[in-house]
Design a protein around this ligand. Structure first.
Ligand SMILES: Cc1cc2nc3c(=O)[nH]c(=O)nc-3n(C[C@H](O)[C@H](O)[C@H](O)COP(=O)(O)OP(=O)(O)OC[C@H]3O[C@@H](n4cnc5c(N)ncnc54)[C@H](O)[C@@H]3O)c2cc1C
Length: 473
């Protein structure tokens, strides 16, 4: 009988766990997952605070990819809650439906502003009829679909908060989240002549009753049930490359070093980090990736509130500059089981460039600006805030700037030279995606490896698929 193929997976975020989970369903693989943190899940993990289970910003499980919702249900079993989704935009002191609805906008913005938006939209429709070229930037893409005024009022300031200057962003960032093929499609939807559907807007989502991190935990249990190992609190430090193939990974756990041998390495940690482990921090490859494929950081400000609930929506987007954050969420509105009766938590999302003032500055200042803007808008009173804290997630938003496609091809070409390495996940592939896309990647890897498909082909299939994922809001 042939020996099992030794597969080492770097990272127990959803990207790494998905590859390990789907492989564990098949015979022929001996799987070891290496995770530096004590709990699995990465960005999709949860933590406890003051009786609450909290996630890193609001997270939903939803997919239009074939078979993925069924797989999620299978993994979660009876731990899955089906939640009706409620989220809106906050404009001019009013919540506004998103996807946008004309009556709703009129109520929030008044006749004058709504007329300007309508006029800008009409113009963009006419310009779209004569436009000969595809939009190349985020800005062009959104103006063609919503008009200049709508873009400047809603989408530009929101994009600035999440991505920085949107005029330097590739149109792919917009296409991933706003799938309308043009202004005409947007118009038909506004007039209700064309419906939003499950592919463009999730009406519901799945959520694990004990917090989002329970999804990763369920995957760990399933992998271990099938004989795989998940080594938590174990940091990969160096990767041994010999004759173009990876032979082993040096790890450290509890102050002890070890080497784990492998026939195949599946990597879900950031390419700059794994590149440094393979070729060294100052290698051409590691320097190129670090300097050309930028990532933005996330900061999450949590406020404990002495009230049972504050919002009507699970999360609300805030384009206006008077609010320093881009999104506000209330975990208890996803599941009441996440915290005690009579208390709630609000979470404010920030995204910033590495080394930005928010990241460097005092956390107390950041917290104060959040509280002030929420008090001014009438969401809470200052006295209701019982505690506050900040969580930081470094380098979590891959920035698709106008050169990113070329730079990403170069990144892939470095790693494709290694005979037995596959990149996967959002972090590992520098792919702006969601957990369901990470599952899809893991499923593809497992199916194709099991079939004995050559690695080159698997990698090119993954790269093509990653380029076509859409995030469904
Ligand atoms: C604010 C926010 C909200 C989101 N909302 C949603 C949502 O609603 N729905 C959804 O589906 N997706 C959502 N996403 C996207 C989702 O979080 C990602 O697609 C997913 O977490 C990516 O998983 P990953 O495994 O690629 O990366 P990560 O989660 O970054 O996992 C990488 C893992 O590698 C580990 N690691 C790193 N270095 C080492 C090392 N040297 N040794 C060992 N281990 C190491 C890390 O600790 C981490 O656990 C959201 C993302 C953000 C930032």
């Amino acid at each position: 009988m042939a020996a099992n193929r030794k597969v080492v997976v770097l990272g127990a975020g959803i990207g790494g766990l998905a590859a390990a989970y789907y492989l564990s369903l098949r015979d022929g693989f001996e799987i070891t997952v290496i995770e530096k943190e004590a709990i699995p899940g990465g960005v999709c993990g949860s933590f406890s605070h003051a009786g609450f289970t909290l996630d890193y910003g609001p997270h939903k499980l939803y997919s239009v990819l074939p078979g993925i919702m069924d797989d999620i249900r299978e993994i979660l079993g009876n731990r899955a809650l089906e939640v009706e989704k409620k989220n809106r935009l906050f404009l001019n002191g009013h919540p506004v439906d998103y996807p946008l609805k004309p009556g709703n906008l009129l109520k929030a913005l008044g006749v004058g502003e709504s007329f300007k938006i309508g006029l800008g939209f009409g113009l963009s429709l006419l310009q779209g009829l004569v436009a000969s070229r595809e939009a190349s930037t985020y800005e062009q893409y959104m103006i063609r679909r919503f008009g200049r005024r709508g873009y400047e009022l809603i989408f530009k300031p929101l994009a600035e908060k999440v991505w920085g200057d949107p005029s330097h962003l590739h149109a792919d960032v917009a296409a991933i989240r706003v799938p309308a093929s043009g202004g005409l499609e947007v118009l038909l939807k506004l007039l209700k002549l064309k419906q939003e559907n499950a592919r463009t807007n999730a009406g519901f989502f799945l959520y694990p009753e004990q917090g989002f991190g329970a999804f990763a935990q369920a995957m760990v249990e399933a992998i271990e049930d099938k004989g795989g190992k998940v080594l938590l609190g174990t940091k990969a430090e160096k990767i041994q490359l010999e004759d173009g193939n990876i032979r082993g990974v040096q790890v450290a756990a509890d102050g002890r070093a070890d080497t784990i041998g492998c026939d195949l390495l599946i990597n879900s940690i950031r390419p700059s980090e794994v590149g440094a482990m393979i070729w060294g921090r100052d290698s051409e490859q590691a320097v190129f990736v670090r300097e050309n494929l930028r990532l933005r950081d996330a900061m999450l400000v949590y406020l404990g509130i002495d009230r049972d609930r504050v919002l009507e929506d699970q999360w609300i987007f805030f384009p206006e500059r008077s609010f320093p954050f881009s999104r506000l969420s209330e975990p208890k509105l996803i599941s009441y089981r996440l915290g005690p009766v009579g208390k709630t938590v609000l979470c404010c999302d920030f995204t910033c460039e590495e080394g930005c003032p928010q990241w460097q500055g005092a956390e107390d200042d950041l917290i104060r600006t959040c509280i002030r803007s929420l008090v001014n808008a009438g969401f809470i009173t200052e006295e209701e805030v019982e505690y506050s804290f900040v969580k930081r997630i470094p380098r979590v938003y891959p920035v698709y700037d106008c050169q990113y496609r070329d730079n990403l091809s170069r990144l892939y070409s470095f790693f494709d030279e290694i005979g037995n390495l596959i990149l996967t996940g959002r972090s590992g592939m520098f792919n702006y995606n969601n957990a369901d896309h990470c599952l899809d990647m893991g499923k593809l890897i497992a199916q194709r490896l099991f079939m004995g498909e050559p690695l080159d082909l698997i990698r090119s299939r993954l790269q093509e698929r990653a380029g076509n994922y859409k995030i469904v809001d």
